[in-house]
Design a protein around this ligand. Structure first.
Ligand code: 13P
Ligand code: SF4
Length: 303
């Protein structure tokens, strides 16, 4: 049955001139049918200059939206248009405006995990893998980091020469990790390294042996001589970690970390959107023009 769906997806990809991009957090069997698998930064780069006329984005809505903003001439399909990221809208246009009035040299730095609606107010976008480098490179002293307070606080810590103003958005999957959960697994697995995503709160990040994006975590564990790791990010990464490192062991935090929206993406939905052309992403031209600027600036600055 599953084998038949994979075959159907392969056939449809050729028929519709389509490629599939998948984030590490979608279910493993969906990652297995993808042409490009990665973290948000990798996927945003991969989405540019693809030859295929249709891109299927196996991820949440802001990811499909970014792909469409960067490729207006292409058809971008979302297998499930209700797969929203709750953090994507957690900032406020009026507050951004007030900040701009208060700080003359303000740079509004917007995590790519945000809606186009929000990106249009930003000077530059960042992802978890390039936020520190990009903020370092900005000429501005005052930075308003939206929407994620935790990634913002990690950047503030890493770039002390800047004045980083934090917003109050967060990713519920990472923000809910507690010290008690980390202590519990560390006591069960003494000496095992703890690898953490910077969307986790600062009090969790300080307990980590490595802090980085999903791709960073996968690369770190893959290059390491160590054989066991505790993973402090969404459990979808375990699939790629295990693919790349069949001889290593990965432990998730007690209770696990699951993004309900990412898990809405199933093989059947990928097949169906390819078959029927459903889930087309549309971004109106004015919004697209405005939100494209910070995205392109990120791609340029991160080169
Ligand atoms: P990265 O892909 O940048 O690691 O971000 C994680 C995330 O929360 C994606 O939704
Ligand atoms: Fe949004 Fe967090 Fe899910 Fe990523 S893991 S899509 S940031 S809720």
């Amino acid at each position: 049955m599953v084998k038949e769906i994979y075959e159907e997806i392969e056939r449809l990809k050729k028929e519709k001139d389509a490629v599939i991009l998948a984030h590490y957090y979608v279910p493993g069997e969906v990652q297995a049918c993808a042409d490009y698998i990665g973290d948000s930064f990798y996927l945003s780069k991969a989405a540019v200059n693809l030859k295929a006329s249709t891109l299927v984005f196996a991820g949440v809505t802001f990811m499909g939206e970014s792909a469409k903003i960067l490729n207006p001439e292409k058809t971008v399909l979302l297998p499930d248009t209700t797969a929203d990221c709750p953090m994507a809208g957690m900032a406020d246009a009026e507050r951004i405006q007030r900040m701009r009035e208060q700080y003359e040299d303000l740079a509004v730095v917007c995590y790519i995990n945000s809606s186009a609606e929000l990106k249009q107010y930003a000077d530059i976008c960042v992802t978890s893998s390039n936020a520190v480098d990009i903020v370092k490179k900005l000429p501005n002293k005052n930075i308003y980091f939206i929407p994620d307070k935790n990634l913002g606080s990690y950047v503030a810590e890493q770039v002390p020469e800047k004045h980083v103003i934090l917003n109050d958005g967060y990713c519920y999957v990472h923000n809910q990790v507690t010290k008690e959960q980390v202590e519990e697994i560390k006591s069960l697995k003494p000496g095992v390294e703890f690898l953490v995503h910077p969307e986790c709160p600062a009090e969790i990040v300080v307990l980590a042996d490595y802090v980085g994006s999903t791709k960073g975590i996968i690369e770190y564990a893959t290059k390491s001589d160590k054989k066991e790791f505790i993973i402090g990010t969404e459990n979808g990464v375990i699939w790629e970690l295990q693919e790349k490192n069949p001889d290593k062991k990965f432990y998730v935090l007690p209770g696990g970390q699951t993004c309900a929206s990412m898990k809405k993406i199933t093989l059947e939905k990928v097949r169906d959107c390819l078959k029927t052309g459903s889930g087309q992403v549309e971004v109106n031209e004015k919004l697209r023009e405005r939100s494209k600027l910070p995205l392109n600036r990120m791609l340029e600055t991160a080169k």
